[in-house]
Design a protein. Structure first.
Length: 187
């Protein structure tokens, strides 16, 4: 009989411990939930950051994927090394008609012109120095003179305004000299 009492006391002791273990498990579960939430928030922030980086990379890749088939010909004058001809799409505009050229720094027109030139020379706007833009008084045409900072090449890019669509590069001329800088210094 004495042995049975000991067993009973042990069972009661174990039963009393079980709820405590259950409480600990519940506390551990709550702590794990909080840790999981914190981890999820961190993961979510990292995913957003990675998503933004991926979006930028995808945009650059899309720009490269959207490259126009370009035919390269030898230069046709003493100042032109080669001529690249392609059927570039107009750079999408946010401007409305009637359109008038505004070459002021920071203008919507200027931003779109610079972006169209960058696309035509297969570079980013940040990698180009825009030396000179001119319209020559023609209401729907602009010529841009730029330098690629990484390759050191000089380009002349004539663009045409396509109504309700935007600026469309007509060709890219690779120049021997920085004619845009010469124009800037001459004026």
């Amino acid at each position: 009989m004495g042995g049975g009492d000991d067993e009973e006391e042990q069972n009661q002791a174990q039963n009393e411990e079980t709820p405590a273990s259950g409480d600990e498990e519940q506390n551990n579960t709550e702590q794990n939930d909080e840790t999981t939430e914190e981890t999820n928030e961190t993961d979510s922030e990292e995913q957003e950051s990675n998503s933004e980086e991926t979006t930028e990379e995808e945009s650059e890749e899309e720009n490269q994927d959207e490259e126009t088939d370009v035919e390269v010909k030898p230069g046709d004058s003493e100042e032109v090394k080669e001529v690249r001809e392609g059927n570039w799409e107009p750079y999408p505009t946010e401007q409305s008609e009637p359109h008038s050229i505004n070459l002021e720094s920071g203008s919507q027109d200027r931003i779109e012109i610079e972006s169209a030139i960058a696309k035509a020379v297969n570079s980013s706007s940040n990698n180009l120095t825009y030396w000179w833009l001119e319209s020559g008084g023609v209401p729907d045409q602009v010529t841009g003179y730029v330098e690629d900072k990484s390759s050191g090449e000089y380009y002349r890019v004539p663009l045409k305004w396509i109504e309700n669509e935007g600026w469309q590069p007509q060709k890219v001329e690779v120049l021997y000299e920085n004619i845009g800088k010469q124009k800037l210094e001459g004026n």
